[in-house]
Design a protein around this ligand. Structure first.
Ligand code: NAP
Ligand code: G4F
Length: 368
């Protein structure tokens, strides 16, 4: 234990809280790491071995010698590998675990159902079992957060959806998340784990993966504006989503683990718009009038079964946790388009400086 593990408050020395995050290199994991470090936590994260860099969202911590390997640590592991999870828990001795790691792309889960079930379903079981075994061995409680999803409501059984709404998943991803959700509730009820599920509706940001629809749109807006891309290929424009800001949603995860009693909470804005409306807002904000001039429909982006609409009722989280989203849909569009206009401007400058020919197809073709 070094002085980094303690903090001084009112003349007393306290141990810093320790958090362990799976999926730390993803959108939510990176915002959660920022949030917990700002609260004085020591943060450990699980990353996968990859042949290319997969830590771009964490570079501000990796490049900060005050933080890296002092209060912020990364460890190689995989949710499919129970040993790596258990060893990391023994090594980091966390007070809180946030299980955010997943194959999180719904369309891809139809192509890779077994892998998605293995990571999102059995991977969750690995983490829960490791927590249970660690608690039994050392008698120390670990609070557990499970990244459940509004995809579990699928073919929605009521509008809006709340904690008691029955699940009707429409994809291998949704099915795996339902399994992981029920496992978490079962470990809470069977073994007394302090385990909570956040049923989070879609949340986006400038760090959103580029194959999810909002980011795909805002990236294209920036590149079209700069003349780097001519067309944007999309699938179903009619589906409706309740989109919030990821930075707001990670606070809700933390709030769940600060409660005396574990429970499950819907986290959502309560506002729903269509993919088409998101398109219009993004193009108009950038000053590009007719989105129809650029958007083409490609059947490869449609799913075998679609989730037509998702609208969350987060009354419970607002009343019990005191959680409220700060960014609305227009604020989100502005944040993402502003960010991606700047990114495209930098890309354009590189083309300009290197006199590299612009190949718009490079940006237009993607797999998911
Ligand atoms: P994301 O950006 O796709 O991040 C997923 C993370 O999981 C990445 O760090 C990824 O690592 C990691 N991962 C993937 N496979 C793994 C494996 N086999 N072993 C260990 N780690 C693995 O997803 P996100 O948007 O941050 O979402 C976080 C969690 O919330 C996910 O569980 C997602 O299903 C759930 N969720 C998301 C939303 C949303 O709207 N964003 C809504 C509800 C629930 P790499 O970086 O190496 O790929
Ligand atoms: O951005 P999406 O891929 O998100 P989706 O499927 O709603 O899933 C996201 O939110 C879930 C929470 O509800 C998370 F659990 C999950 O991990 C993920 O973060 O697609 C949104 C909508 C869909 O209806 C899709 O069919 O946009 C439609 N869409 C239309 N064209 C497209 C495209 N989606 C993608 N990814 N790419 C397209 O070209």
């Amino acid at each position: 234990m070094t002085e980094m593990n303690y903090f001084l408050n009112g003349g007393n020395l306290y141990m810093k809280k320790i958090a362990f995050i799976t999926g730390i290199s993803g959108q939510d994991g990176s915002y959660l790491a920022d949030f917990l470090l700002s609260k004085g936590y020591i943060v450990h994260g699980l990353i996968r071995r990859s042949s290319s860099f997969n830590t771009s969202r964490l570079e501000h911590h990796i490049n900060n010698p005050e933080v890296y390997n002092k209060t912020f640590f990364l460890h190689y592991g995989d949710l499919s590998d129970y040993n790596s999870i258990y060893q990391m828990i023994e090594k980091s001795q966390p007070n809180e675990i946030y299980n955010l790691g997943a194959q999180s792309h719904v369309r891809v889960s139809f192509d890779m159902p077994v892998y998605t079930g293995t990571i999102d379903g059995i991977g969750t079981l690995h983490v829960l079992e490791a927590v249970k075994c660690y608690q039994e061995k050392y008698g120390k409680q670990i609070k557990y957060y499970q990244a459940s999803s509004s995809e579990m409501y699928g073919k929605v059984q009521e509008v809006p959806q709340k904690e008691t709404t029955p699940f009707y998943p429409r994809s291998p991803y949704g099915c795996a998340k339902v399994y992981a959700h029920h496992l978490t509730v079962n470990y809470r009820e069977s073994y007394g784990l302090h385990a909570s599920c956040g049923i989070l509706f879609n949340h986006e940001s400038p760090r959103r993966g580029e194959t999810f629809v909002t980011r795909k749109i805002t990236r294209a807006v920036g590149r079209i504006y700069q003349g780097l891309q001519k067309e944007l290929y999309l699938g179903n424009l009619d589906s409706l989503r309740d989109w919030g800001y990821a930075g707001d949603y990670v606070e809700a995860m933390w709030l769940m683990l600060q409660q005396k009693t574990p429970d499950d909470y819907v986290i959502a804005t309560g506002q729903m718009i269509s993919v088409k409306e998101f398109l219009v807002k993004s193009f108009e904000y950038a000053g590009l009038k007719n989105y129809q001039d650029y958007v083409k429909i490609d059947s490869k982006y449609f799913r075998p079964a679609e989730v037509d609409q998702l609208l969350g009722d987060s009354t419970k989280a607002r009343n019990v946790l005191g959680w409220n989203p700060k960014v609305n849909i227009d604020g989100l569009v502005k944040m993402m388009v502003d960010h991606d206009m700047e990114l495209a401007r930098e890309e354009f400058m590189i083309h300009h400086m290197t006199k590299r020919k612009i190949d718009s197809k490079k940006y237009e073709i993607s797999y998911s």
